[in-house]
Write a protein of this length. Structure first.
Length: 246
């Protein structure tokens, strides 16, 4: 059954109005008909099972059959601070991070980031990345679409992460798998968690010190093998999903 996202203001007592690009998707891509059932979420922990009641030029009206609480989301908000990677790697990272339960993705321009985005390129990238997040959220039955934030400098990202309960920083020079396991297993459900992932060149030592001193980051190891930037964050997310999933 296909899933769509709406704003709370679009939900009535018995009907839900679907607007925007989803109208064209329903009518011309999926070629759905009146009476077909769909799932709708407004970003809250409620799932609306509906059937298509009416299709107009710029709006689809869905009749609410029943509403239920859905436990698809992780009990903790996880933030991925991803160093800007080369090529299209960010698209893969966003897609898989959303599938694994990420709350928000923050692209970070760290010192060793090769990619440099001017304002115009950044705006286009964010639109593209947000569309990928929405598509992945629909596919994986998420209750809301995780936000892809605007690109932050490393300093801005560290300041933002300072508000979180736990900040993890996989670092190739970190040692102690036992300590890493203890840190991860010590994370409590409901705590907010930040994950800092460096670009292809990794983090500079000064960046690690800055994250530790200003955001309370915990450097951790992911084992004896060096993981690519598009692998490291997804590895931590997979571990956290396994540990936190209810």
């Amino acid at each position: 059954m296909y899933r769509f996202f709406v704003e709370p203001s679009q939900i009535g007592e018995k009907e839900i109005r679907i607007c925007g690009s989803d109208v064209n998707h329903i009518k011309n891509v999926l070629r759905m008909k009146q009476g077909e059932e769909i799932l709708i979420s407004s970003g809250e922990n409620l799932e609306y099972t509906c059937y298509i009641q009416e299709m107009q030029e710029e709006e689809v009206t869905a009749h609410i059959m029943y509403v239920q609480e859905a436990g698809y989301e992780l009990p903790s908000r996880i933030f991925l601070f991803q160093g800007l990677p080369k090529g299209d790697k960010m698209e893969l990272i966003i897609q898989k991070a959303v599938e694994l339960g990420i709350h928000q993705i923050v692209p970070v321009a760290s010192r060793r980031s090769v990619v440099k985005l001017d304002k115009k390129k950044e705006e286009k990238k964010i639109v593209r990345w947000q569309a990928i997040a929405e598509s992945a959220a629909k596919q994986s039955k998420r209750m809301y679409v995780p936000q892809v934030a605007g690109v932050m400098s490393f300093g801005e990202a560290v300041q933002y992460a300072g508000k979180l309960d736990v900040v993890l920083m996989p670092y190739e020079l970190a040692k102690g798998m036992k300590e890493t396991k203890e840190i991860i297993r010590g994370i409590q459900k409901g705590q907010s968690v930040g994950i800092f992932i460096g670009p292809e060149g990794g983090f500079e030592e000064e960046e690690v010190r800055q994250a530790v001193s200003l955001a309370g980051a915990r450097p951790i190891t992911l084992g004896k093998r060096i993981l690519r930037t598009e692998t490291a964050g997804l590895t931590v997310l997979s571990i956290l999903m396994f540990e936190l999933e209810e």
